[in-house]
Design a protein around this ligand. Structure first.
Ligand code: ZN
Length: 216
C-alpha cells in the first residue's frame, strides 16, 4: 500500500509540525526501506508470482526481520529513540515511532496472511484487502487525499519551490502507484531489491520540500 504509507507520513505533519517531511517519509516507509537491503543481503526472500493477490504479483513468503509484528515494534522503538537522541523532542519521537509502526498496521489490512508474528514463529497475519483491486485502489487514494489535506493544513509554501517540489512529488507518487496497479510485474527479486532502494529518493525529496515550507 504505497500511497497509503505516504499518506500517513504526510498527515502526521499535523501532529508533529516541527518534524521535517523527509523524516516523516523516512519513518512511514522505514520497514520497506530496510526490506530491499535485507533482500539483497539474502536475509529475506520474495518470489515473483502474478496472481498471489489481485493487486501484488509478489509472494512475500519470508520477511520476518522487517515485516513481523515483533520486528515492526523494534524498528519503531529504535527509530523513536534515535530521533529523541538527536532532537530531544518527546512529541516528535512518539509521533515518529507511531508512524513507523503504522506501516505494519496498513500492511496488516492489505496483505494476505504473510506477516509473521516474530522471526521463527509460525503464525501469520493479513486481512487481504489486496484481494480486491478496486477496494485497494479506493482505500489507498482516499488515504492519500486525506494525507495531503492534513499536510496542507499544517504547512504552507515559503516560495515557488515549496509549491512545485511538493506537487511534483505527489504526482510522481500517484504515477508510481498506478504503475503498480496496472503495470507489468517486476522481472525478478533482484530487480525488486534495486527498485526498492530507489524509494530512499522520496526521503531526500521530502527534506527538500520541507526546507521550502513553513508551519502555518
Ligand atoms: Zn511493507
Amino acid at each position: 500500500m504505497f500511497l497509503g504509507h505516504m499518506a500517513v507520513g504526510l498527515g502526521a505533519k499535523k501532529y508533529a509540525p516541527r518534524v521535517s517531511l523527509g523524516t516523516l517519509l523516512l519513518a512511514t516507509q522505514f520497514i520497506d526501506l530496510l526490506w530491499p537491503i535485507f533482500l539483497l543481503l539474502g536475509l529475506e526472500h520474495v518470489r515473483v508470482e502474478p496472481g498471489n493477490t489481485v493487486v501484488t504479483p509478489l509472494n512475500l513468503y519470508d520477511y520476518p526481520y522487517t515485516h513481523s509484528l515483533a520486528g515492526a515494534l523494534v524498528w519503531a522503538v529504535l527509530f523513536a529513540l534515535i530521533y529523541f537522541w538527536f532532537r530531544q523532542s518527546r512529541r516528535g519521537a512518539i509521533v515518529l515511532g507511531g508512524v513507523v509502526f503504522s506501516h505494519w498496521v496498513l500492511d496488516l489490512v492489505t496483505h494476505r496472511p504473510d506477516l509473521p508474528l516474530a522471526p521463527g514463529v509460525n503464525a501469520y497475519f493479513g486481512w487481504g484487502l489486496w484481494n480486491s483491486f478496486y477496494g485497494s485502489l479506493i482505500v489507498e487514494l482516499a488515504l492519500f487525499v486525506l494525507g495531503i489535506m492534513f499536510f496542507l493544513r499544517t504547512s504552507r509554501a515559503k516560495d515557488k519551490v515549496g509549491v512545485f517540489a511538493f506537487w511534483a512529488l505527489m504526482i510522481l507518487l500517484v504515477a508510481i502507484a498506478f504503475g503498480g496497479y496496472y503495470g507489468p510485474p517486476p522481472s525478478d527479486p533482484k530487480a525488486i531489491g534495486y527498485v526498492g532502494l530507489a524509494a530512499w529518493l522520496f526521503v531526500i525529496w521530502g527534506y527538500w520540500i520541507d526546507r521550502h515550507r513553513v508551519a502555518r
